[in-house]
Write a protein that binds this ligand. Sequence first.
Ligand SMILES: [Zn+2]
Length: 527
Amino acid sequence: MARFTIAHAHIVDGTGRPAYRGFVTVSEGRIESVSELPPAVEGERVEADGLTLTPGFIDMHSHSDLTLFADGRAVSKVSQGITLEVLGQCGISGAPLFGSMVDEVARFFDRHHLDLSYRTMGEYLSAIDRQTAVNVLALIGQGTLRRGVMGEGDGPAGDKELRQMQVAIDEAMKAGALGLSTGLIYPPGCYTSTDEVVALTRTIAPYQGLYFSHLRNEGDTLVEAVDEALEIGQRAGVGVQLSHHKAMGPHNWGKTAITLDHINQAIDSGLDVYLDQYPYVASATSLTALLPDWALVGGHEATLARFEDGELLQRIIEETDRKESRFGWDRTRIGTVSEEQERDLQGKSMAEIAQEWNIAPVHALIRILRDNHMQVSMIRFGMGEDDVERVFRYPRTLIGTDGGAVAPDGPLSQGNPHPRTYGTFARVLGEFVRQKQWTTFEQAIYRMTGLAAQRLHLSHRGRIAPGYWADLVLLDKDQVNDVATFARPHQTAVGIINVYVNGQLEWHDGRHTGALWGNALRYFAER
Ligand SMILES: [Zn+2]
């Protein structure tokens, strides 16, 4: 397909302006012309009467860092119209790799009978280029970096270690990274002081890098955690992206009114802040996140050893139970377990399991973690509808799946991922826009495309205009919706007809074409 013309589509061009009917011609991967009348030079015609053409969706928060190597088709993403993923989130990235992180990442590659061929960010980006159906941008994960340089310890970075991390960040930015991410709620982010994060984040400032933050807390101290992230941006002199914004736990519902107020004040004072969100009231992460921070110091083996020490176990049980009883044990469900014989736990709530086993939920938690060597994911129903709506209506909220690319078939088809990895963008258009009418279709597309591209400083993505890359979605506006559920997550969205990445057809009528036309974008070259 050297040149092709999508004819008679309703064009929603990613700027927020109203749809109009017209012709879009693509040549050499880029949009050649956009017109209301047939173009002078028309390519092979794709008749799109009755359908809507939008720019490709930008997944502001993706965890496909490694999964793209196992299956580059990125089916769960492309099938919902995603053409660009922002990787390296929550402090966890594919590169750069130092120390023990080399072995840890190599284990993923071993499991999929692949060789880990890279160490640096530059090598990582080269390895991923044209191996995937989606374009990617990558952040440097502060957790990945700190664990590589300092191991699993909870102490502050020494001068030498700090210097080593700063040099690595500088190198990665020169190689094309987008910025730095932290997961301040997880080890080792939770052991990292604000000052240390600022010292690292300053390194990305000369490159106009962005700071992406999974906050230190999303519940009881959510407001303080937002303030910390804004302070980091202010002190380091960089733009801030607040990841998957939410308020966890019924007793914290309503707090997003305060956080949005603080964000507005920061914007008024000159800080560049955006948020992102996935359209569900449930979140997903590792089950270990229920344990106190101190119990996780030193990694999984160290935690399992603490379970064997009567006194420490008692402290873990008391602290965890106090927190989780308040949150509600019925709100936490098991996602994916590591042990085959434990599969029947998947999808059940902690309260249900405890009742079946006739023990307290906190004891059930310890048993599940122990029996699965800490490798268990959970899904938590902790958000209130009102907060989800308030965050969605906020004009600077972009959309992100917070999921890694998987597929209904092949090596990534196992387990029970959060349905957001398949459904996020389709659900926003079907549920939040068509059914609930929280915003217009054009505005929703603007946030998923043009505004997201502007936030990422991408000069030739996110719009349907001549010269822009032909990342395009042809969809049925009246049908588009998510299908994936918590019980059956491996289901692709409906209503997404064609998806093009860099001018190449990747998804057509419910099937992946097998094309791997995505590029690893180098941030410095995109502005
Ligand atoms: Zn996160």
